[in-house]
Each structure stands twice: as structure tokens, then as C-alpha cells.
Write a protein that binds this ligand. Structure first.
Ligand SMILES: Cc1cc2nc3c(=O)[nH]c(=O)nc-3n(C[C@H](O)[C@H](O)[C@H](O)COP(=O)(O)OP(=O)(O)OC[C@H]3O[C@@H](n4cnc5c(N)ncnc54)[C@H](O)[C@@H]3O)c2cc1C
Length: 1002
């Protein structure tokens, strides 16, 4: 692993800003910036953009409105829907949400308004389920009407899309570019071949061919210098499906040669090739790659100055990125073209940091901080002008004016008056910022490059939606420019007054005052990964002695004796013990990850998630206990006090599985403890060490040894003896449905009190995909849900139900994605899928796969190259009917069925399987997702995402039917089941009379 090139990504925003402001010190005269930008704004507002421009569209249907949102949803999905029935359902669903008729009134942009409104309001009138349905007779006419209206809506969206693509293919785009240059000489173009990131090798090859073809087409037009020639922008995620830090070796072995092929082509033609910037966790990797590319260029094309990359100013490390890029260029004796952007993935970056429990955000949380940083980066790029050709990409008039001021200042500073050092260009996206640039480019010395997407409608959709979202944001310049209520002074206000506080709660403060979010780690960040790697390397799994059945009775007697004292501890004290345990566990994240990797053979990513879940359980139940188990005063007649109290039941037996040997073990045990029970904890036979370590941690945190005992042993012996013991006051079990039944019968057969059982068992979990779903998103969700953790999660996807209209494409992509998975040693960061837990599991799953090979249709499987023991290749088979799936196969085996017709029938068949744990739904029809959730007899329903990794207190986990008894773990109703209830009623008037009433105090 290389040393990190950049500082820690998760720093205090205000501190980063201070550094950024010091770079800008004395550089900007904001009143002068305002003075130059204000006339542009006035002029743009006086000559409104044509009806198809983004600005106009956003005024018509702001994204914050129901209409804007509906339009965006339709724009994202409608064009890819292959079947008329679903297209009608989607259109009806979305159009039913807004008032498109009204939005057109009084608009200055009648054409778009009329076009959209007529298509859309027509649709509303004809579509089934829409507001006016009752006025139309159902039947053929309505159906014909629906189709016509959908066709009209499709046209409207195509038209909208056309505004943001320069051409459907490179030739068409180049013709458009030539036409545009006739009126604006200083225009250059950077073509972008549209599409989603590659999910398969085939996708990557297709993108490579398309980039290569585009470069070949541009070659003929190349000017003398890459600065003035048209060029191309490429996305590394399009050229390789595994462009991620964890796959570093493959990135250099497979992606780099592809990039070099394109670089050679561009260098030979002396044109500009720019690498787009993507997510922040790929930043270090991208710089390593760029360094390698630079080495290649220095050796082969030392004179070429057309290689470029984009830098995102919203990243807190952007200033250091600029310096590092300049360093790489100097080191190789090159000059790079560097495009400074603010950044396009802000919402995604914020979400990832929150989900992963990172120490801070990798991007700024205040919009004006991004603006400040952008200017600081610009100043730094200008400083490095001998190795950087600055390209400033923005539509913000204030930013543009500030840049021009800084660049001109440098130009003036040159002693001989030459302008060499200050050469730069501005950039904008095609279809955006046209008005502002019309004004800016009245200065003939200001060149502008247009980033010009090229592609067919289908490929445009994701891009279009990003642009709609970006510009629909209230903070966006384009959005505010379109809003006449925002004065030019406000629009162009100086960003240079930093805020001291983050605009969003820090990721660890996500849950507010109630509890801290558990700390995670970013495995792409060397500083966070190194301690984890070291811990894994240093870990050995200690042998844990087995308890004999004889020990069970002695232990139960001890716990029975200890119960009263523990139950008598104040609730706050018991909760405090859990809080201490959470903090201790969090601090020992690397140690516990090491144990999980070595004992349970989990990948590092899974281990981090598991430790965090255990920490969350401790904190969540501590808070829940204090909120829900506290004594409650109940209303009643005067002269009487009534209180409800909850207390522990006695000795709870907790039996947990090997697949979450820490999280599930911890969740059961701490819930039982905080409710005031003593606990006999039996871990899975395969994974006692990590459980034992956690028990020791709980003892250290203050749980007395006679309130918590650890018994490692066989289920059939120790487990059975615990369940059958007369002192057992409750059982909490997670495992197979069969064992849950045995426990249930054992408990039922006992004399004495009827003992409650909390059982969380397996599932035959399905995902329903309709034809509005985005295939790439489906594949991501399927791969994560079915194959990650080697399919050894009770929530894992077993049955993928795909609409027949898109099934072939999905299956093809799934086959390709399976080929990209890495199966092997879980301690290796590159491993996606580790081994299954033991030989017995391995034999069972293998036998099932063997049977499917003869009974079902093999769709695809991963090639296993590792010799690591007990590996099962992730595999997918097509089966004929949902009902063919009988048993839960706890491994990386996916069954696929096609469906057509009524989606409700699919849900009924899934319900009929009898399990009810998790369900995935992939659809853009909101009402359909809601209806499926309403009819599914299933505990956890996930829409348009993966269906694993339930978060404590966020997605309480647990099912119904054959999947368990409930209540949900990590949910607000869980603790009650561990408690007995008592009401205490005191006749306060017993002694003589009702003194309170008589004295008027009650
Ligand atoms: C030629 C060109 C090429 C591009 N290439 C790339 C690329 O390779 N990679 C990429 O990621 N983007 C790229 N972009 C997209 C670009 O990032 C956005 O279009 C750009 O951010 C819009 O900035 P603006 O100055 O026009 O608008 P403004 O409205 O002034 O700024 C919008 C920016 O502020 C950020 N922002 C919004 N709210 C907040 C907040 N609360 N806290 C902090 N920041 C906030 C947004 O994320 C966005 O980056 C490119 C843009 C252009 C013009």
C-alpha cells in the first residue's frame, strides 16, 4: 500500500476554511467582483433564457414542488420502461402528484409550459388512477388515451433531455459544436460519452470503445494546441467496474492500461483528455493512477500538455490536491490541464459519511465554504501556472468575476506585460449557464470550453436528473438566478465570511441528544485502515473451553441467586453500564474486528459494521430502557395512587448464531440485562471467542459475575439443558426455524411458569423488480444483498423476481457482475466474498448448488481463484416458479424468477412461502412500492436499495410467520418482552379519609 498523498479527509470544517482564507488573503476585491458581475445578472434577467434552458424549466417546475419532483422522476425513468402497461402506471403515479395545469398559467415561457402542461394534463385526464378518472368512461378509449398520453409525455421528456446533450453521437455533437462556434469563436468543447458506471467487463469495453471512437473523430479537427483544441472527458468508473480503493491491484493491472490506450490516442492527436472527478473515497486512488499515467506520458510524449484532470473544490482536501497535482506534474516535467469544479456528488458524500459513522464530512457543509475553497484553489492553481493550465468550471457569476479578477491580477503582475502565465479558460456544462456566459464572453479574451454530453436518450437519464437536482437546490446559483425575488446583491454576496459551525450535525451526532452514532472507519483512508490491518495481523483466536451439561445447573443456580441484586439496581445504573460497555467496545474496534476476521471469517467491511451494530445496541437499549421501563404514574380516582412498573423476569437464556457472533450476541444479552434480568449467554459453537471477549468487557463495565454467565457448548447439550432448566425465565434465540421449534416445544413441555420465547429465525427473502427500475441500481443491490457476507445473513436475498420486460438485460448484467467478484481470504481487503462458516455448511450449500445445476438454469457464477478453504462461488440460477423455493440456503446462491402481469400476484406468492423477514422492492412507481409494503407479510421492506445491514433504531429488525416471533431487535418494542409488569395501587385515603381532596391539593 502506498503512503497517503493527502491529509486526513475528515477534518474540522472551520480549520480547513481558515487555511483556505489565508490563501486568499489580500487577493480579492469583492466590491469590484460585484461591480463586474452585477451587469451580467441584470442582463440575463432582462433577456430571459430560451424556454428550454434549465433556468426556465426550474422556474416552471421547481424541484421542491410536487410537479418538479414528478417531472424529475418521470425524466429519470419513463424512457427506459419497455412495456406500455408499466409506462402508463408510472406516468399515472407521478402525474397524479402535481398540479401541472396551474403551473403553466402566467408563465413567460409558454412553449415549454404549454408543451409540458398539455402533454401532462392530457395524461392526467386519461390515465387510470389519476385525479379525473371518474369523469372518463373506462375501457378501450381510456386505454388508447393512456397510450397516447404516455407517448406525449415521453416526447416532452425527450425534448427536455435534448437540451442537455449536444448530440446523439459524436459526429452529431461535433456538427453542433461547429455551428455554435460560428457565433462564438472562443468556444471549445470537451465531449463526454454518457452512461452509468460500468458494472461488468462488457460495459467497460463498450465505454472504452466509445471513448476511443470519439477521440478518433475529434482528431481530424484538432488544433495546434490542446488548449485550443476540442477534447474529451472520461470517467474512470465507466472504464472499470471495480474502480475502488479495495481493488487497487486490479485497478493498476486492468484500468490503467485502458486509460493509457486513450491517453496515447489523445497525445498522438495533441488534444485534451481530462479525467473527471468522482467520489471522495476514490481520490487517493485516482492520484496514484494519475501519477502512473504521468510517468507514462513523460516517457512517451514529454511535449504533450493535453493531459488533464478535474479537482472538486467542495472536498476539504482540494487545496492539497491542487498542490499534489502540481507536484506530480513537476516531478514528471509535464504541464497538466486542471479543471476546477465545485463537485457533483455532494448529497451522496454527506449520506455516506453519516451511514459509515465517519468522524466528519469529506466535503463542506456550507455552500459558501465550497465557494471560498473554490477561489482558494483557483488562486493556488494560478500560482502553479507553470505546471497547471487552469480551467475554471462554474456557472456562478460571482465565482466567474472573482476568478477573472484574480487571473487578470496575475497577468498584470508579469514584468514584461506578457500574458503567458495567466492563460486560462472558463468552462460550463452544455445547456447551463448560457445567459451568464453570453455576457462574460463579450470579452474576446475569455475562452470557454463547453462540457458536452453525447449519447442516446437512455444514457442521458441519470445525467439529466443530476443536473435537475443540482440546479434545483435552493443554494444553487442557477436556481437563484432564475428567482427574481433574489436580488443581485444577495445573489452575488461575498462568500468570504466563514461560518464556525457545521451546517449539518456531524455524522456521529446523527441521532441528536439521544445517543451517539457508532464510530466507523473508511477503509479507503489509510490512517483509518492501518490500525485495523495491524490488529488483524496480530490476532490469534484463543481456545475457549466448553462447558459441560453439569455446569449448566450450577451456573443457573448462581444466576438465580444473583438476579435479585442486579434487578434491584436502579435503572439508570444498569443503563450506565451499557453506555460504558458501548464506549469501551467502540474504543476497541480494531481488536474486535481482528477477532471477527479470524474467528468468523468475515471481511473487514463486515466486521466494522458488526462492531458498530453491537455498540449501537448498547447505546440504544440504554436509552430505551430509561425512556420506556421507568415507573409510570397512571390516571385514576382521587384518593388512590396507581403506578406501572417493569422489572426483569429472572434468568434469561440467550442463544445466538455464528453469523453475527458479536452483534446478535451483544444485542440479546444487553437487552436482557438492562431490563433487569440475569443472563446465561450461549454463543454459537463456531464463534465463542469473540463472545467471551465481549462478556469480559461487560463484566469490566460493571455487570456482576452472578448476573451474567457465559456457557460455551453444543446446542443439543448445553443449549438444550439451559432451555429446559427450571430457573429459565425467558429465552431469546436467533437461529434456524427448526431449532426455534425445538426450543418452543421444550419450553411448552416444562412444568412451572409459561416461559416467553423471543425467536428470530430465517427467511426466504425476495426482491421484486419491476420494469421502471434502473438496472445498474438493481445489480448493486442484488450483489450486496445476495452475495456479500457469502450470503450468510438471515436478511440475505435468496429470490430475485424480475419483470419479464427487463429480465434478459438484468440477467446479462448479473452474469457480468458475478464475474467481477473476488472470492478468497477475508483478511485480504480485495475480498468481496469470504468462506462459509464450516465444512458442514460448505457441504450442504455445495449439494444444493449441485442439485440446481441439473434442475435449474445456470445464469452465472464467480470464478474462484483462491485456495482458501470453504469457498463457495457466488452463483445464480433461474427457476420456473416462486413456489419451487422451499428451504433457506444459507450461502451465496441466488434464485431468479421472471414475472409478468400483476405484481400483486407476485407478492401473494412470496407471502405464501410462509417466511416474512426481508423484502426488496425496486420500482419508480411510488404507489406500487407502498402497496407492496402494505400487502407483504414481511418484517423489513427496503425500497430501491439493498436489503441487508439493518441499523439499530433506524431499521428495527425481525420478521413474522416462519421468520420469528418479534418484537424487532433494535426497535422500540423490544425491551418490553424481557420484562414482567407490575402495577401498584395504594389507597391513599385509607387512613381516615382523603386528605388531599379535602385540602384541595389533588
Ligand atoms: C465543465 C464542467 C465539468 C464538470 N466536471 C465535473 C467532475 O468531473 N466531477 C464533479 O464532481 N463535478 C463536475 N462538474 C459539475 C460541477 O461540479 C457542478 O456543475 C458545479 O458544482 C456547479 O457549480 P457552480 O459554480 O456552477 O454553481 P454553484 O451553485 O455556485 O455551486 C454549486 C456547488 O455547491 C455545492 N454545495 C451545495 N450546497 C452545499 C453545502 N451546503 N455545502 C457545501 N457545498 C454545497 C454543490 O455540491 C455544488 O458543487 C463539472 C461542471 C462543469 C461546468
Amino acid at each position: 500500500m502506498n503512503a497517503a498523498r493527502l491529509p486526513f479527509p475528515y477534518r474540522v470544517e472551520a480549520e480547513v476554511l481558515a487555511a483556505s482564507l489565508s490563501v486568499l488573503k489580500g487577493q480579492l476585491d469583492w466590491p469590484a467582483v460585484l461591480a463586474s458581475a452585477e451587469p451580467w445578472v441584470r442582463s440575463v434577467r432582462e433577456q430571459p433564457a430560451p424556454f428550454w434552458a434549465m433556468e426556465s424549466l426550474l422556474r416552471e417546475y421547481p424541484i421542491s414542488s410536487a410537479e418538479g419532483l414528478a417531472l424529475m422522476r418521470l425524466a429519470e425513468a419513463l424512457l427506459r420502461v419497455p412495456d406500455a402497461e408499466t409506462a402508463i402506471a408510472l406516468t399515472a403515479d407521478q402525474l397524479g402528484r402535481g398540479d401541472f395545469d396551474g403551473a403553466a398559467e402566467g408563465s413567460p415561457h409558454k412553449m415549454l409550459a404549454q408543451l409540458s402542461a398539455s402533454a401532462i394534463s392530457l395524461s392526467k385526464r386519461f390515465l387510470p388512477g389519476s385525479a379525473n378518472l371518474g369523469q372518463n368512461p373506462p375501457g378501450l378509449l381510456e386505454r388508447l388515451g393512456s397510450r397516447t398520453v404516455v407517448a406525449a409525455t415521453v416526447r416532452a421528456i425527450q425534448l427536455l433531455g435534448r437540451q442537455f446533450v449536444l448530440g446523439r453521437n459524436i459526429q452529431e455533437a461535433m456538427n453542433e459544436a461547429d455551428a455554435a462556434r460560428k457565433s462564438l469563436r472562443n468556444l471549445r468543447f470537451s465531449y463526454d460519452m454518457l452512461g452509468e458506471g460500468a458494472r461488468t467487463e462488457r460495459d467497460a469495453e463498450r465505454y472504452l470503445a466509445s471513448y476511443s471512437k470519439a477521440i478518433a473523430a475529434i482528431v481530424g479537427t484538432a488544433a495546434a494546441s490542446p488548449m485550443t483544441a476540442d477534447g474529451i472527458s472520461i470517467k474512470l468508473s465507466a472504464l472499470f467496474s471495480r474502480y475502488e480503493d479495495a481493488q487497487r491491484e486490479r485497478v493498476f493491472a486492468e484500468l490503467l492500461p485502458r486509460v493509457l490506450r486513450l491517453v496515447d490516442q489523445a497525445a498522438q492527436a495533441n488534444l485534451n483528455l481530462t479525467i473527471d472527478a468522482e467520489e471522495s473515497d476514490r481520490l487517493e486512488l485516482s492520484l496514484d493512477l494519475i501519477d502512473a499515467v504521468a510517468g507514462h506520458i513523460a516517457a512517451k510524449f514529454p511535449q504533450w500538455a493535453g493531459f488533464g484532470l478535474a479537482v472538486q473544490a467542495y472536498q476539504t482536501r482540494a487545496l492539497e490536491v491542487v498542490d499534489e497535482v502540481a507536484r506530480i506534474a513537476r516531478q514528471h516535467g509535464l504541464r497538466f490541464m486542471v479543471r476546477l469544479v465545485k463537485g457533483a456528488y455532494w448529497d451522496g458524500e454527506i449520506k455516506r459519511a453519516q451511514e459509515a459513522g465517519l468522524p466528519s464530512y469529506p466535503v463542506f457543509t456550507h455552500k459558501h465554504h465550497t465557494d471560498i475553497h473554490y477561489l482558494a484553489c483557483a488562486a493556488q492553481m494560478i500560482r502553479h501556472h507553470e505546471v497547471i493550465y487552469p480551467q475554471f468550471a462554474t456557472h456562478n457569476a460571482g465565482t466567474i468575476a472573482a476568478i477573472l479578477q484574480m487571473a487578470r491580477a496575475v497577468r498584470r503582475q508579469l514584468p514584461d506585460g506578457s500574458v503567458v502565465g495567466a492563460a486560462f479558460e472558463l468552462q460550463r456544462l452544455h445547456g447551463m449557464g448560457e445567459g451568464v456566459y453570453r455576457e462574460v464572453m463579450k470579452d474576446p479574451n475569455v475562452p470557454c470550453r463547453v462540457y458536452a454530453p453525447v449519447g442516446e436518450h437512455r444514457d442521458l437519464l441519470a445525467y439529466l436528473v443530476r443536473r435537475l437536482l443540482e440546479n434545483g437546490a435552493n443554494s444553487s446559483f442557477v436556481h437563484q438566478l432564475a428567482d427574481e425575488h433574489v436580488s443581485a446583491e444577495v445573489l452575488l454576496a461575498s462568500p468570504l465570511a466563514p461560518s464556525t459551525e457545521s451546517a449539518l450535525p456531524q455524522p456521529l451526532a446523527l441521532y441528536g441528544e439521544a445517543r451517539a452514532n457508532s464510530k466507523g472507519a473508511d477503509l479507503a483512508c489509510l490512517a483509518m485502515r492501518a490500525p485495523l490491518d495491524a490488529a488483524v495481523a496480530a490476532t490469534w483466536v484463543p481456545a475457549v473451553p466448553m462447558a459441560s451439561t453439569n455446569e449448566v445447573d450450577a451456573t443457573m443456580q448462581r444466576l438465580h441467586a444473583g438476579f435479585d441484586a442486579w434487578a434491584a439496581r436502579p435503572l439508570a445504573e444498569r443503563a450506565a453500564v451499557l453506555q460504558r460497555a458501548a464506549d469501551a467496545l467502540e474504543a476497541r474496534l480494531p481488536e474486535f474486528c481482528g477477532l471477527l476476521v479470524k474467528e468468523a471469517h468475515k471481511t473487514l467491511g463486515d466486521c466494522i459494521a458488526e462492531v458498530r451494530e453491537a455498540v449501537d445496541f448498547c447505546r440504544y437499549y440504554a436509552v430505551q430502557a430509561q425512556e420506556r421501563l421507568a415507573e409510570q404514574t397512571l390516571p385514576g380516582p382521587t384518593g388512590e395512587s396507581n403506578v406501572l412498573r417493569l422489572h426483569g423476569r429472572g434468568v434469561f437464556v440467550c442463544i445466538s448464531p455464528w453469523n453475527f457472533p458479536l452483534a446478535i450476541f451483544a444485542g440479546q444479552v444487553v437487552a436482557a440485562l438492562v431490563a433487569g434480568n440475569a443472563v446465561a449467554a450461549k454463543p454459537a459453537e463456531q464463534t465463542p471467542a469473540v463472545a467471551l471477549r465481549f462478556v469480559a468487557l461487560l463484566h469490566d463495565a460493571g455487570v456482576p459475575s452472578d448476573a451474567l454467565a457465559f456457557l460455551h457448548g453444543q446446542g443439543e447439550t448445553v443449549g438444550a439443558a439451559l432451555v429446559a432448566h427450571p430457573h429459565t425465565a425467558g429465552v431469546c434465540f436467533t437461529g434456524s426455524t427448526q431449532v426455534a421449534r425445538i426450543i418452543n416445544r421444550t419450553l411448552a413441555a416444562k412444568d412451572g411458569p409459561i416461559v416467553p420465547l423471543i425467536a428470530e429465525t430465517g427467511g426466504l427473502n425476495a426482491m421484486v423488480v419491476d420494469s421502471t427500475a434502473l438496472p445498474e441500481q438493481v445489480i448493486d443491490a442484488v450483489v450486496q444483498s445476495a452475495f456479500r457476507s457469502a450470503g450468510q445473513r438471515c436478511s440475505a436475498l435468496r429470490l430475485l423476481c424480475v419483470h419479464e420486460g427487463i429480465a434478459d438485460g438484468i440477467i446479462e448484467m448479473l452474469r457480468g457482475a458475478l464475474l467481477e467478484l473476488q472470492v478468497g481470504d477475508p483478511a485480504d481487503l480485495a475480498t468481496d466474498v469470504g468462506p462459509v462458516i464450516d465444512d458442514e455448511a460448505c457441504a450442504g450449500i455445495s449439494a444444493h448448488v449441485q442439485r440446481l445445476r441439473s434442475e435449474a438454469k445456470l445464469l452465472g457464477e464467480t470464478a474462484v481463484k483462491s485456495e482458501f478453504p470453504r469457498l463457495i462461488a457466488p452463483v445464480a440460477f433461474e427457476i420456473g416458479r416462486i413456489a419451487e423455493l422451499k428451504n433457506e440456503i444459507f450461502g451465496p446462491v441466488l434464485h431468479v424468477v421472471r414475472w409478468g402481469g400483476d405484481v400483486n400476484a407476485v407478492v401473494s406468492q412470496i407471502n405464501a412461502l410462509g417466511y416474512g423477514l426481508t423484502l426488496g422492492v425496486q420500482t419508480r412507481i411510488d404507489s406500487r412500492a407502498q402497496r407492496i409494503a402494505d400487502t407483504a407479510r414481511i418484517g423489513n421492506v427496503y425500497v430501491n436499495r439493498n436489503m441487508i445491514g439493518a441499523v439499530v433504531g433506524v431499521q428495527p429488525f425481525g420478521g413474522e410467520g416462519l421468520s420469528g416471533t418479534g418484537p424487532k431487535a433494535g426497535g422500540p418494542n423490544y425491551l418490553y418482552r424481557f420484562c414482567a409488569e407490575q402495577t401498584v395501587t395504594i389507597n391513599t385515603a385509607a387512613a381516615g379519609g382523603n386528605a388531599e381532596l379535602l385540602t384541595g391539593q389533588s
